[in-house]
Design a protein around this ligand. Sequence first.
Ligand SMILES: [Zn+2]
Length: 259
Amino acid sequence: MSRIHFLLTELSALSLLCALTFTAPAGVFAQSWSYGYGQSTRGLDHPTYGYGQPGESAATDLDYLDDISADGIFNWPVEKFPLKVYIERGDNVPGYRPNYPNILRAAFDEWARASRNRLSWVEVGNRAAADVVCQFTAQAPERDEGTEAGRTKTYTRFDTATNHGTIYKATVGLATRLPDREMSDEEITKTFLHEVGHAFGLAGHSPRRTDIMFARVSPSMPPRLSQHDRATILRLYDGYQQAQPVAAQRGPVAAPDRG
Ligand SMILES: [Zn+2]
């Protein structure tokens, strides 16, 4: 029998928290999050994932899904798509710039394209009806690991029999600026892409600093999804039907911003 529990109803520590941090460019790689980067090879109730089977070692060079799946596989159920995304207005948040919503929308679109439209989303004006709630905040807390630029929380029904988490809600917090300076548009783009990756189900961090899902904003990280990022999201939703390219059909939802 499957046992299903709700991750956030038990311990907040069991929620998937992400904090993308800024640090000085130098420094050794250090995984400082509580994600279990382990050697778990428990089988999952999904036909398309291969976990350490002989001859599949090449797959781990192509994506990092295994690196982030030690605690299970987390994704949205197919019937949730297109995800309903609410983007809270940020005009009154210190440090906010009016191009942020469009950078955020572009981040959702980029992941959707990377998934070959297995992921899709629509913007909604009703927070209560949204699957994903995005908020801007002037708070970028200083942590031991660096300055936190974003934080995403996913709410999951977790089936202990299959080690599969079904996401039913996500909240994305995005810092508008760092405590000591503004972020460039390029840094904002990296941060938003990273947090949206978590919201879509990537439950950990890439070990490669050139991937958007690396835990820290890095100068060597281009402001776009890497091949590894794209391969990982594609594998996470491999069995899903391709949706129509919703993003391309979506009309303007707000006054267009420059940038
Ligand atoms: Zn993260």
